[in-house]
Ligand binder design. Sequence first.
Ligand SMILES: [Zn+2]
Length: 248
Amino acid sequence: MPTLQAAIDTLQDAINEGHFSDAKVDFPASLIRQFKHRGSLSQKQEFWAHKLADEYLNPPEKIAPVGTKVADSFLPVLALFEKAAGKLQYPTIWLCLADGQPVITSRAAAHSKNPGHLYVKLPDSIGYAGKVSPTGEFFPVQALSPAGSKEIADLLTRLGADPIGVATEYAKLTGRCCFCDKHLDNEKSVAVGYGPTCAKNYQLPYGVNAMHEANAKKAVVITNPVANPIAAQGRLKLDDMIASVRSA
Ligand SMILES: [Zn+2]
């Protein structure tokens, strides 16, 4: 256990940082005052000084981990943000869920409380939705449904695995660049889903080669062989006719 002096110093830090609400700040403030005045505290007061200091330093986890450690699947998206962290103070990516709800993911700065974490926000509903640790664990808030946290986890995983694919998808839906939320205004940018500046920031290809790559992906989707629907329909009708003739 830290010394009482250390606990008092911690409480002072906590007050300075606005950790306690106005309704709750009087108690720790009076502990500090009394300690400074007398150089000691009663046993009970000492207990509370340590307890409050400890709660500040190790806040009770308000968010429940998803349960499964999905480290590997998040590493590429963490790496993507890390690349941009060399160029941008707060790399942020704008995406949306299947229902069109915006999802904003940003990387915490090196000097922040959770350096290197990705913060996920759903600005239209619950606000702060959770964080991804640098080791690749996703900690959604309890307000987020299991289906919602899975959708976010899948989206971030896909973003890491295929940033151009996800950026193109977002650009098609919104006409915007997912890396800066600005309108895309030329053919090269629309093709890949981001502009030249964001390409540099996130170390992604830009220009003719990137366009070919994006187009090749689209072509795969379009030429995906499917059974000829008209032929299938004809066959079905014939079967129906045979069945109805037989049952008559
Ligand atoms: Zn951009």
